[in-house]
Design a protein around this ligand. Structure first.
Ligand code: CUA
Length: 174
């Protein structure tokens, strides 16, 4: 028996087993969710149908003065890249992931929204002061995680553009 070979063999097996163990959120978690069948949205067809098609993303003005923001998190960016909201009104955020688990955070605030593929994270935010906030991903999501950055612009209420019916706002329409 060649002990050296045997040792190398078992070390290799151990390392191969450890790799998926460090990828729980990317492999096991979506797999479990899929097997349980609790998907609210299909991460593979986000761009094609449903709430998260491209022209429905961004900021929508609601009749009661609040806004709804729809976003997609994907490796390694947030879509739209820059979000525009009015200050001092409720912001209903709806976000889903196209791939891995991400976490959307606005630096300088306590908001930190976990985003999982197959589910919609819905939460209510409010920004009282106008300003620019860096939007960062706070959940390790792969090689480009540290570059996953975007922006949130909070403008005074009267400066927020009047959106047409069905229109969506982002920094480009300001
Ligand atoms: Cu997305 Cu880290």
């Amino acid at each position: 028996m060649n002990w050296r070979r045997l040792r190398t063999f078992w070390l290799t097996v151990l390392v191969l087993c450890l790799i998926p163990a460090t990828r729980y959120y990317q492999i096991d978690e979506p797999l479990l969710r899929y097997l349980k069948g609790t998907r609210e949205v299909d991460p593979l067809s986000l761009h094609l149908l449903g709430e998260f098609v491209e022209n429905n993303l961004g900021t929508e003005q609601n009749a009661d003065g609040s806004v709804t923001v729809r976003m997609i998190a994907q490796q390694y960016l947030f879509v739209p890249h820059c979000i525009l909201v009015p200050a001092g009104v409720p912001v209903h955020l709806r976000i889903t992931s196209a791939d891995a688990v991400h976490a959307l955070a606005f630096s300088g605030t306590e908001y930190n929204v976990k985003v999982l593929p197959g589910t919609i994270s819905a939460t209510r935010l409010e920004f009282s002061q106008p300003g620019e906030y860096k939007t960062v991903c706070r959940e390790f999501c792969g090689a480009g995680h540290y570059a996953m950055r975007s922006e949130l612009k909070v403008v005074p209420r009267e400066q927020f553009p009047v959106l047409r019916a069905g229109g969506r706002g982002n920094c480009a329409v300001q």
